[in-house]
Design a protein around this ligand. Structure first.
Ligand SMILES: Cc1ncc(COP(=O)(O)O)c(C=O)c1O
Length: 460
């Protein structure tokens, strides 16, 4: 029976990333409040937020300090834009802090309101810069199959997932996709992680040669692929990729929208994986998701081009109303202060072994082909046959079924293509809560196995 709220939802909302036809039958999960790593639905049932919302509520759900700082800023100056040289203290202070903690040499910060618009900015900066430098042919951008970079026109083009392209007339021309670095799924039989990484780097090199190095401007990658399945890179991957990019003067954009601010056990995934990035996009945990805010961190050579172009054109013609919103910046400054004061990264390192031990233990289950992670992020792949890695038919949506059983058990997770399930809890999760999270998923997996057998999905 659908509740009154559920009926009103169905009659009024188009939900992102939702099967809208199925939604009309099953209705929404309506959440009402949150505390720590728990959220509660309108009936009062508790759920561990095993996905930190959408990889973002790093400090959990009831951080009074973040609420207070937002309220204080709302009372003091709820809005001012930063167009036409206008500014405010929180925007300046946040930019200083970001420069201080950035994992690569950074000159300036450009704000946005979402990860998608940050990556759209990255694309536009690449094009703008190469026109300014008199290299109008050097415009192509290489991303990766199963990479996720957002949904606006350019960032959806960077995204390497079919649902973001099909019938949207995307990707844009000039945005190319190289192979996914998912060793479990795409390595050849017996191929080591290092050999797989070397093969992918050689493939990237060939793609650049084929396209013409003078036409390829940038490469973008997430340190850990998120929406593509919570996939950690194979050993030696970014070292091998760094070498190829350096050969052809190709800008390396790190998309740290998920991995930024402690997720991997370092402040940035760029450091964890030794990525030699030139520019970086971040969002989400920048404000612990208490306010929409993103930032593009650019280096000095890119900044110099923007200044020169302004001299020539008369302005830097890019930016949106809410870029550098004072409330968002004030919340972000406080968030970064809390990360430092409460030693959140040390906490992640302390609890990560328990998280990873419980995660990898899932691989003992008959349906789990792979379970792998880093820090407090991990992915699990459900398969029909572990020996051959044979997959279930996509339309049986086995991972989604396990996630709906998890929801019954009081755990929110996310299913993704290829029958993968992501774990990405708030960074403040305790060891006891990690234990409870995996206990709940193990119960969900047991129910999934019963269901799979009852449906006859293991046969054939
Ligand atoms: C790596 C990455 N980049 C970009 C985005 C897009 O961010 P947003 O949804 O805020 O536009 C996401 C969103 O999940 C992401 O995971």
């Amino acid at each position: 029976m659908l509740t009154n709220l559920a009926v009103r939802d169905i009659e009024t909302l188009v939900h992102p990333y939702t099967n809208l036809a199925v939604h009309r039958e099953v209705g929404p999960l309506v959440l009402e409040r949150g505390k720590g790593v728990y959220v509660y639905d309108v009936s009062g049932k508790d759920y561990i937020e095993g996905m930190a919302g959408l990889w973002c509520t790093s400090l959990g759900y009831s951080n009074e300090e973040l609420c207070d700082v937002a309220y204080e800023q709302l009372k003091k100056l709820p809005f001012t834009h930063i167009f036409s040289g206008r500014s405010h203290d929180p925007a300046i202070e946040l930019a200083e802090k970001l420069k201080e903690i950035a994992p690569v040499p950074i000159s300036k910060v450009f704000y946005g309101a979402s990860g998608s618009d940050a990556n759209d900015t990255q694309v536009k900066l690449v094009w703008y810069m190469n026109n300014a430098l008199g290299r109008p042919k050097k415009k192509k951008i290489i991303s990766r199959l199963k990479g996720y970079h957002g949904v606006t026109v350019a960032s959806a083009s960077l995204t390497g997932l079919p649902a973001n392209h099909t019938d949207f007339d995307l990707p844009l021309p000039g945005i190319l996709h190289t192979s996914s670095p998912h060793h479990y799924r795409f390595a050849q039989p017996g191929e080591s992680e290092l050999d797989f990484s070397a093969r992918l780097a050689a493939e990237l090199d060939e793609m650049i040669q084929r396209e013409g190095p003078d036409t390829v401007a940038a490469f973008i990658a997430e340190p850990v692929m998120g929406a593509g399945g919570a996939v950690t890179p194979p050993e030696g991957y970014f070292e091998a990729i760094n070498a190829v990019l350096a050969k052809y003067d190709i800008l390396f954009i790190a998309d740290e929208v998920i991995t930024g601010f402690g997720r991997t056990g370092e402040m940035f995934g760029t450091t964890t994986y030794k990525m030699k990035a030139d520019t970086l996009s971040c969002a989400k945990a920048l404000t612990s998701a208490y306010f929409p805010l993103s930032a593009v961190l650019i280096n000095e050579p890119v900044y110099e081009v923007l200044v020169d172009q302004s001299r020539k054109i008369g302005t830097f013609g890019h930016g949106n109303t809410y870029a550098g919103h004072p409330v968002g910046c004030a919340v972000a400054v406080k968030t970064l202060e809390i990360y430092q004061r409460d030693r959140i990264i040390e906490h992640v390192r302390k609890v990560a072994p328990t998280f990873l031990q419980r995660l990898t233990r899932l691989a003992e289950h008959p349906l789990v082909g792979e379970a792998r992670g880093v820090g407090l992020i991990g992915g699990v792949e459900l398969v029909k046959d572990k020996a051959s890695k044979a997959q279930f038919e996509a339309k049986k949506a086995v991972a989604a079924k396990s996630v709906s059983f998890a929801q019954d058990e009081g755990l929110i997770l996310r299913a993704m293509g290829g029958d993968r399930v992501a774990f990405c809890p708030p960074l403040v999760i305790t060891e006891a809560e990690i234990g409870e999270m995996f206990d709940r998923y193990e119960r969900a997996l047991a129910r999934t196995l019963d269901w799979v057998k009852a449906e006859g999905l293991l046969a054939g």
